[in-house]
Design a protein around this ligand. Structure first.
Ligand SMILES: Cc1cc2nc3c(=O)[nH]c(=O)nc-3n(C[C@H](O)[C@H](O)[C@H](O)COP(=O)(O)OP(=O)(O)OC[C@H]3O[C@@H](n4cnc5c(N)ncnc54)[C@H](O)[C@@H]3O)c2cc1C
Length: 276
């Protein structure tokens, strides 16, 4: 891509237009500015404003997550200064849970540094008999699956450039396990649209869900989606829900029976994730 000089004082409307021209061929959506400003000043201000209070409830879509990922991804904040801020402002389980999540980011970067381009292929065999197709289905890409939840996840991604971590987990499990699509199609979709889209956290999270970088595939059921979204889609949903059921029966439908966690590799070579 040719280097384009973009003056710092360009008005927002023109900035979106110039960015659209600069990114032509890399991004298919309409050119627009994100709802959060970029840059070091905005990043420091977002960090200063983040108290991390009740972070322990982060799995709920209404939970108090930081939304600092895009600043970390683009080098506007370092992981060390975010950790230092957390230690100064947060306490107890909020603090330990926040540092645990930051550690995932660092861990994924270290795996990328160690394995390089290998992270873009299966790091291990899937832990079940997986038959995946390569392409992202059009109805998924265009948010017209008919499932209010899945369509909303895609809308958040494409229109907002951001998804809550739980939505990313649900969407990736839906795509890989229900729609039987290769995780790499989802990885590319996320990289195109996420403001924090990167190689390490993105590829390795997809692989974690797919079970090519974890001992078991990740999947959810309707009760889990309903609980952590406070019923925002389920309360009014009228479609036949593919996620409805107990975990055991869904596991049977998706994987042909219980998937026993694969034995852990010898100590010292253990790269597998635990709970996310
Ligand atoms: C399929 C999938 C794809 C993902 N792709 C990306 C990606 O491209 N880029 C990216 O930065 N994150 C990715 N994540 C991880 C995670 O969803 C985001 O980092 C998080 O949602 C960002 O929101 P936040 O800043 O509010 O996080 P917070 O909950 O406030 O966490 C603070 C910081 O910790 C790090 N972090 C939090 N959760 C995770 C996690 N599960 N894995 C790794 N780091 C984490 C992030 O840097 C985040 O900014 C992906 C997760 C999944 C399941």
């Amino acid at each position: 891509m040719a280097t384009t000089f973009i003056p710092g004082d360009l008005p927002d409307e023109q900035l979106a237009q110039v960015l659209g021209q600069t990114l032509a061929g890399l991004y298919t959506g309409p050119a627009r500015l994100p709802d959060r400003p970029g840059g070091r000043t905005a990043a420091l201000s977002a960090l200063k404003d983040y108290s991390g209070k009740d972070y322990v409830g982060r799995n709920d879509l209404r939970g108090h997550v930081s939304r600092l990922s895009m600043y970390l991804r683009h080098g506007m904040l370092s992981i060390v200064e975010v950790a230092e801020h957390a230690r100064a402002r947060m306490r107890g389980r909020d603090l330990s849970e926040f540092l645990r999540q930051l550690t995932w980011r660092e861990f994924f970067l270290l795996v990328l540094a160690q394995d390089g381009a290998k992270v873009l292929g299966n790091l291990e065999e899937p832990k079940y008999r997986a038959r995946w197709t390569d392409a992202l289905p059009d109805d998924v890409r265009e948010a017209r699956t008919g499932l209010p939840c899945a369509d909303a996840w895609v809308t958040h991604l494409v229109q907002g450039g951001w998804m809550h971590n739980h939505e990313r987990l649900w969407f990736s499990a839906y795509l890989i396990h229900w729609r039987k699509v290769d995780w790499r199609a989802g990885y590319r979709f996320f990289r195109e649209h996420l403001l924090d889209g990167d190689i390490a956290s993105n590829a390795l999270s997809w692989q974690w869900v797919a079970s090519t970088f974890s001992a078991k595939p990740y999947f959810m059921n309707q009760a889990n989606i309903e609980k952590y979204s406070a019923g925002r889609w389920c309360n009014t949903c009228t479609v036949q829900c593919p996620f409805r059921g107990e975990y055991e029966s869904i596991e049977g439908q998706l994987f042909g029976g219980p998937v026993n966690p694969a034995p852990m590799p010898p100590r010292g070579n253990d790269r597998r994730g635990g709970r996310r």
